[in-house]
Design a protein around this ligand. Structure first.
Ligand code: UD1
Length: 308
């Protein structure tokens, strides 16, 4: 049974909108807290109520949380590059926003189920693949450091205030609705846009770097399951990944096959700090939530090409 009164912070963003749509369809009363700094209100499900405010505003957070049975915290400055440039401001959102939420949850008599977005960025460049949650965390970016900070605060909030939570370490999420508009947008959204325009793509480096691409629909399933979680720790942390690695170079050929048009590839110098190999072990997710992201890349890309 899905929770009835639900708050989604960052509900106007890529993953948030997909979750909200699913919650509304399931009959939930959905409130979205989003400052629309990168979210898109026009594409938000009209069945949701929008509070246009930032998670950095403790009053707005407390008001939005009150009465919720479940809280999904997805609000963040998700661009790693922007966080690098805007250190203090992004820290206030990415860690400070979550601490505001923990405080609001701790003050509630009936505690909501709390699920928040963490990231594979907490691992940094760890070549042991696939990475289990027990692998060493060594974030290389302020974004990753703040996400790890969220996990540490979640653990402390469980100890001190008895706040139960589930942090989901998202790997490379893709699917319809992801904004391809910035140079730091997800590689699949960028390649898809280029392919649909008949343009070529740029690959940074040799293209043999790998990622664990997880379809947004599977991420939504994991979020929903985490909100009704029975198993596991008071402050649980779970990878959301497939366990499969795909080289960036192979994405271009997959898209060419799906669109029926060649996707010419240009190589540019590798990105500074680019991770060479990334894939996660989905075992704990399966064990704790009883589900496994199952949409294969070819299948997910097909949905993207048809609907995206
Ligand atoms: C992703 C996450 C980031 C997280 C990090 C943790 C996204 C959008 N970003 O970054 O939030 O901190 O994982 O590990 O999911 N590439 C190209 N050409 C392009 C764009 C990208 O070759 O036009 C390459 C990149 O150099 C990289 C790979 O594709 O090797 C994936 O890039 P990107 O989608 O930006 O994600 P990550 O860098 O993995």
């Amino acid at each position: 049974e899905a929770p009835r009164r639900v708050l989604v912070t960052g509900g106007a963003g890529f993953i948030g909108r997909a979750l909200v749509e699913r919650l509304v369809r399931g009959g939930g009363q959905v409130t979205v807290l989003d400052d629309l700094s990168s979210g898109d209100a026009a594409r938000l499900d009209p069945g949701a109520r929008l509070i246009e405010a930032s998670v950095t505003d403790p009053g707005a957070v407390a008001e939005a949380v009150s009465g919720a049975d479940a809280v999904f915290h997805l609000a963040a400055i998700a661009s790693v590059a922007r966080c690098n440039e805007d250190l203090a401001a992004s820290h206030r959102v990415n860690l400070g926003g979550f601490v505001n939420l923990l405080e609001a949850a701790a003050a509630m008599k009936t505690r909501p189920a709390l699920v928040y977005a963490s990231s594979a960025a907490v691992y940094g460049d760890n070549p042991d693949a696939p990475l289990a949650e027990t692998a060493q965390t060594r974030p290389l970016s302020p974004y990753g450091a703040d996400k790890l900070g969220c996990e540490l605060h979640a653990s402390a909030a469980a100890t001190v205030h008895g706040v139960r939570s589930t942090g989901l370490r998202f790997f490379n999420v893709y699917g319809p609705g992801q904004d391809p508009g910035s140079p730091y947008s997800g590689v699949i959204s960028r390649f898809h846009r280029a392919a649909s325009r008949g343009e070529g793509v740029t690959i940074f480096g040799d293209g043999l770097q790998t990622r664990d691409f997880v379809f947004v629909g599977d991420v939504v399933e994991a979020l929903l399951a985490a909100a009704v979680r029975q198993e596991g720790e008071a402050s649980e942390v779970l990878n959301v990944c497939t366990g499969h690695e795909t080289a960036v170079l192979d994405l271009a050929s997959l898209l060419a096959g799906l669109t029926g048009r060649p996707v010419p590839v240009t190589h540019a110098p590798g990105r500074a700090g680019d991770i060479r190999r990334s894939s996660g072990d989905p075992g704990r997710l399966a064990q704790t939530l009883g589900l496994r992201p199952s949409t294969g890349l070819a299948e997910g890309l097909k949905v993207l090409v048809e609907h995206g």
